[in-house]
Design a binder for this molecule. Sequence first.
Ligand SMILES: NC(=O)c1ccc[n+]([C@@H]2O[C@H](COP(=O)([O-])OP(=O)(O)OC[C@H]3O[C@@H](n4cnc5c(N)ncnc54)[C@H](OP(=O)(O)O)[C@@H]3O)[C@@H](O)[C@H]2O)c1
Length: 287
Amino acid sequence: MANSDATSQANTQRQASETCPEKQALLSFLSEHRWILNIYIAARSEEKATAAINSIRNAHPSSTGHLRFLKLDLADLESVTEAAKSFLASAKSLDVLFNNAGVMHPPEGSKTKQDYELQLGVHNIGAVQFTELLTLLLAKTASNYSTVGKEGCVRVIWVSSLTAERSPPGGVDLESMDYSKKHESKYTKYSVSKAGVYYQGTEYARRHKHEGIISVPLNPGNLKSDLQRHHPGLAFKVVNATILYPAINVIPWGRFAKIRSDLDEGSRSISEGGTGIAEKWYDWCLE
Ligand SMILES: NC(=O)c1ccc[n+]([C@@H]2O[C@H](COP(=O)([O-])OP(=O)(O)OC[C@H]3O[C@@H](n4cnc5c(N)ncnc54)[C@H](OP(=O)(O)O)[C@@H]3O)[C@@H](O)[C@H]2O)c1
């Protein structure tokens, strides 16, 4: 989550020797915008977030940007509300909200505090509710930009996955979101949740584009990370050795691509010639 204070010029010249591409991208962004930026790292573990913040600060001691920790557990809707309240109490604008947090293939039966299947709870219900709580501020920020002739500066990013296209037809089955009527494997549940994230990106755009907010779902590609933490050792090693790449190569990422046709149809309302699934999905996440 990033917000800016355009009142001051910041010296954001960076060393070119950055090794982590995410940091590099962030720093290029800071450098290009030349504002004082506040980046909030919303995470459930203060210890991990502080370690990440310190490592970025130590690598860039001359930076005038601010990195702050925001306590957020997406698997607990009370925490989601508290995090949004705490953010809104301290921030006057919000330029970018990056809904990145994810959990993959946790042990069967893993649930959120409010008893939703864990992947649905984190990727969908938690992320949608957090985003909606911040939407007034996103819209206000977009409106402030438009008064000075700048459009397209405010955006929400939703991190989906290749596996969205491995989901059952239609992506999500709204009749069976607690999986009690029809058992699904944790693999299918992950792909359902990521199809849901795709719908969140398209549906949020449909609902909020008139407020000047851009909403983009993305597939980050296959990257080495902690996402495989719930996989048994051998499976983890095979996947790591075959399909995961360290995050250093832009190709084939960053391109626009067409999603599976039933998901594309699902993203459009019935009046727009689609099946209207995304609209219902989004409402379900907000219930
Ligand atoms: N890596 C890939 O190949 C790949 C491919 C497609 C999509 N993705 C998506 O990319 C996103 C980032 O994943 P990654 O690969 O970077 O995995 P990762 O290293 O495991 O990062 C996931 C992050 O989500 C956080 N998180 C998990 N549950 C949370 C919760 N309840 N509340 C708040 N934060 C929570 C984790 O925090 P903790 O450290 O506290 O657990 C961690 O910081 C995910 O949405 C994932 O599904 C990744």
